[in-house]
Design a protein. Structure first.
Length: 104
């Protein structure tokens, strides 16, 4: 594979997305922003699934796995955002460090 092939560029994009997401997981303290960062990480994984299917010659398998992950990930994101809204209403904060100090 040459460096300018579309698959190589897509692999580099996937690695860049994953790197941004992992940095965001370490740097972000807001619950809603954490859900967004997790969405970016899942998009990197989806791109990896499709690219793995393309490089192995089983494009349909990679795309069907990606569609399944999209459905499951959407449900997880909606539940995560609903929990964040409820935490904000009850406790008044979305800061993860403030929430980790709660006892009881």
């Amino acid at each position: 594979m040459s460096l300018s092939s579309p698959l190589t560029i897509a692999w580099l994009g996937m690695v860049a997305l994953a790197g941004v997401a992992f940095y965001g997981l370490l740097a972000v303290r807001n619950l809603i922003k954490l859900v967004i960062v997790l969405q970016i990480l899942v998009k990197a994984a989806l791109l990896g699934l499709v690219l793995a299917g393309a490089t192995s010659g089983q494009v349909n398998l990679g795309q069907s796995l990606a569609a399944t992950v999209i459905v499951a990930d959407t449900v997880v994101a909606v539940i995560g955002l609903a929990l964040a809204v409820q935490i904000k209403r009850r406790l008044g904060t979305l800061d993860v460090r403030d929430l980790s100090n709660l006892r009881g």
